[in-house]
Ligand binder design. Structure first.
Ligand SMILES: NC(=O)c1ccc[n+]([C@@H]2O[C@H](COP(=O)([O-])OP(=O)(O)OC[C@H]3O[C@@H](n4cnc5c(N)ncnc54)[C@H](OP(=O)(O)O)[C@@H]3O)[C@@H](O)[C@H]2O)c1
Length: 362
């Protein structure tokens, strides 16, 4: 039986669901993988908690009662006494935490992340992480960066590593925007009501402007482009934003309180539709031409993108072997359950092959 220590950053929608999923599957991991997955560290942006026996079902109560003010090195100090493999799990959308990954790697933590930021900072930072991973023989998994729990990153990775040339990846990259525009095209509801519902159900990013601005889809395109081997920067992406400037510059509370300002513009968009047409938010990655484009487009309601339901994501991969009949991946592309399960899949993959850690001599 191999014990793994998990240190979880982020206790929101995805983080708390991840905890529930780990706790309820303990005997499965023991029986099928000979793994004991212990969550020994919890942190949100303000507080931190560590426990060597691993948290139990009363974790939230205990965290509220016994956590202490967050210090950046709290997990290192704790981890140095245990020679079991350690995995840092990032279920935040924090840029500050992403900048902290090199330090985590230097302290022997493998990383599994739902947070897209580390993979979409500069190409230099991206490369620096890969150098550190190699040097420290650590693993970094980020399947949920694109398509939540759908196997997109892995598919691109496997195609590239089998020598396949990928030409294009197109589709509805955002389950949140999929949900918003599916409902918007079908229902007689103000745009703002639908966005607020998406936020309430945990489909959008913590700040929905990250989705509406096109930035979240742009990040996903960049993650895939780099996974396919392109060296690109954020400024190389053509992004059509759906957030007017006055609402973009303010804080999140101002945005939420004034979200009805979006309704007139979107009503006008709806009026442009002919019968049998719908709006879809699309991402287009052309690897031959090295172009990345995020835009809102009118499509036929009976086209593959037009037929999507709920928070479905939809990805078409065109490559050497899939030149005329693309490889299609489709399914729930947002939501805390599928995302947490994808993150857990990454953790199990790391755990199965991770080695003991040498203790740092005191
Ligand atoms: N929800 C989805 O469907 C979905 C799908 C795919 C990917 N994701 C990704 O999953 C991540 C989490 O999403 P979510 O919906 O769970 O967000 P959320 O509910 O807003 O939770 C975010 C959590 O992160 C914590 N946090 C923020 N900065 C931190 C820091 N520096 N250190 C430690 N904790 C910090 C927050 O703590 P405080 O409460 O103290 O601020 C909060 O607990 C995001 O990167 C998102 O892109 C989500």
């Amino acid at each position: 039986m191999k014990t793994i220590h998990i240190y979880l950053f982020g206790l929101g929608n995805v983080g708390s669901t991840f905890i529930d999923q780990i706790l309820e599957s303990q005997s499965y991991f023991k029986n099928h993988h000979q793994l004991v997955l212990k969550i020994v560290g919890l942190a949100n942006s303000r507080r931190v908690y560590t426990i060597s026996d691993g948290i139990g079902r009363n974790w939230l109560e205990v965290f509220k009662k016994d956590s202490r003010t967050r210090e950046n090195d709290a997990f290192y100090k704790f981890a140095q006494y245990y020679d079991v493999p350690r995995i840092a799990v990032d279920a935040t959308a924090s840029a500050a935490l992403s900048l902290f990954y090199p330090e985590l790697l230097q302290h022997g933590f493998h990383i599994a992340t739902a947070n897209k930021i580390a993979n979409t900072l500069s190409q230099d930072f991206y490369d620096q992480l890969r150098v550190l991973l190699k040097k420290n023989e650590l693993q970094f998994k980020y399947e949920t960066n694109v398509g939540a729990g759908l196997p997109i990153v892995k598919t691109i990775h496997d195609l590239v590593h089998s020598g396949e040339q990928i030409y294009q990846v197109n589709g509805v990259f955002s389950g949140s925007l999929g949900y918003i525009f599916n409902r918007f095209s079908q229902e007689d509801q103000p745009f703002s009501t639908i966005v607020l519902d998406a936020l309430k159900y945990g489909y959008t990013e913590p700040d929905p402007r990250e989705d509406l601005s096109g930035n979240d889809v742009a990040r996903k395109l960049l993650v895939l482009a780099r996974e396919a081997g392109l060296q690109l920067e954020w400024n190389d992406i053509a992004i059509e934003t759906l957030v007017p400037e006055n609402l973009n510059a303010s804080d999140i509370n101002h945005f939420i309180n004034n979200i009805e300002q979006l309704d007139t513009y979107f009503e006008e968009l709806k009026n442009q539709l002919n019968p049998n047409e719908v709006w879809r938010h699309l991402g287009q990655l052309n690897l031959k031409e090295k172009t990345l484009k995020v835009s809102l487009q009118i499509v036929d309601a009976d086209s593959p993108a037009g037929q999507l339901q709920g928070s479905d994501g939809f990805f078409e991969i065109y490559s050497q072997s899939y030149a005329t009949h693309p490889l299609i991946i489709k399914g729930a592309g947002a939501g805390k359950e599928v995302t947490a399960r994808g993150l857990l899949g990454d953790v199990v993959q790391i755990a199965k092959t991770a080695h003991q850690v040498a203790l740092i001599p005191s």
